[in-house]
Design a protein around this ligand. Structure first.
Ligand code: IPM
Ligand code: MG
Length: 355
């Protein structure tokens, strides 16, 4: 029997509510199949920071590092200045565990409404591979003459051959398993003539090793346009950290919204961390109205990364069935509570078992 240690990092806001539902699904999976999950809870987040001024401790790193995967709810607290928790926890963990890929599938499931007129699940089915450790997120920069009218602030985009190379290789490897087999580089080579020139050179160098994979290039602004107008053009999009952040929110919207959008912070050789990408949604906290499907989708991604494709697929089908029963995917408008949605997914897994 395969056994996995899963670190649960519910975090802030609606995080704990959605992680609860994900745990229900994992419990169902382990009772249905021959697999065992051992949950290790971690209380990192805004509340702990406000109480103890603590961000990520050595003990946290040890606990999280000893697990097979991390399931994160959300990080972000209304009483903590924006940036502290995001930088000190989320971005810190991504870098510390060298989760160098941020994998964000943009899939429109059947029966889900997209704001794009005339587009169907056949048209919206691609994956964004976002570099997750550097670029504008590297934290390079500073102030001169802080707080005066002479102030200068810089924030540099760091782009290393190593990080770009491994990210692009990951994207090509990912595309290999797809039907379409196409990788689009999303950059801005006409303006970022150093950084994205490096990206472009590495992209075409790596592509030489994958003769069966089609390559394409789009400037980030044009990619935004095409994601709305012709999403069917895309299979795998590879891009830098900042552009990846932006286009994946656009991606989330065209797949039906934050209620269903999930992502994985992946270190293929280490500990990966999976999360719904919607944030902590303080407005909806503790109301039992947030949509847990995104966190459940993150759970499915986690199982896939652990090599348990069958369980991952099973949960994905449960998500598809359940999503069709909701009035809307948006928080507060689902026509069901958070826990009801989790129960529905569990039920769909049970139903299949009885077939
Ligand atoms: C995301 C988020 C984070 C990011 C924030 C919360 C730091 O927007 O995961 O996309 O910018 O990466
Ligand atoms: Mg983002």
């Amino acid at each position: 029997m395969n056994k996995y240690n899963i670190s649960l990092l519910p975090g802030d806001g609606t995080g704990p509510e959605v992680v609860n539902e994900a745990v229900k699904i994992l419990n169902k999976t382990q009772s249905k199949y021959n697999v065992e999950f051992n949950f290790i809870k971690n209380d990192l987040g805004g509340d702990r920071y406000l109480k103890s001024n603590e961000l990520v401790t050595t003990k946290d790193l040890e606990d999280l590092g000893n697990s097979d995967a991390i399931l994160l709810g959300a990080i972000g607290h209304p009483d903590v200045k924006p940036g502290i928790l995001e930088q000190g926890i989320l971005l810190y963990l991504r870098k510390e565990f060298d989760q160098y890929i941020n994998l964000r599938p943009v899939i429109l499931y059947p029966g889900i409404e997209t704001p794009l007129a005339g587009k169907t699940p056949e048209d919206i089915n691609f994956t964004v591979v976002r570099e997750n450790t550097e670029g504008l997120y590297a934290g390079a920069g500073g102030y001169i003459h802080y707080g005066t009218e002479n102030e200068v602030a810089t924030q540099e985009s760091i782009n290393t051959w190593k990080a770009i190379n491994r990210c692009i290789i990951y994207a090509f490897e990912y595309a290999k398993a797809n039907k379409r087999k196409k990788v689009t580089l999303c950059a801005k080579t006409n303006v970022l003539t150093y950084a994205h020139d490096l990206w472009e050179r590495i992209f075409y160098q790596v592509a030489e090793n994958y003769p069966d994979i089609e390559t394409d290039y789009g400037h980030v602004d044009a990619v935004c346009m095409w994601m709305v107008k012709n999403p069917e053009w895309f299979d795998v999009i590879v891009t830098d950290n900042m552009f990846g952040d932006i286009i994946t929110d656009l991606g989330a919207m065209i797949q039906g919204g934050m209620g269903i959008a999930a992502g994985g912070n992946i270190n293929p050789e280490g500990v990966s961390m999976f999360e719904p990408i919607g944030g902590s949604a303080p407005k909806y906290t503790d109301k039992n109205v947030i949509n847990p499907l995104a966190c459940i989708a993150a759970t499915s991604m986690m199982l896939k990364e652990l090599g348990e494709d069958k369980y991952a697929k099973d949960i994905e089908e449960g998500i598809i069935q359940t999503a069709q029963k909701l009035e809307s995917l948006s928080a507060g408008k689902m026509g069901m509570s958070t826990s009801d949605v989790g129960d529905e997914v569990v039920k769909s897994l049970l139903d299949k078992n009885n077939e």
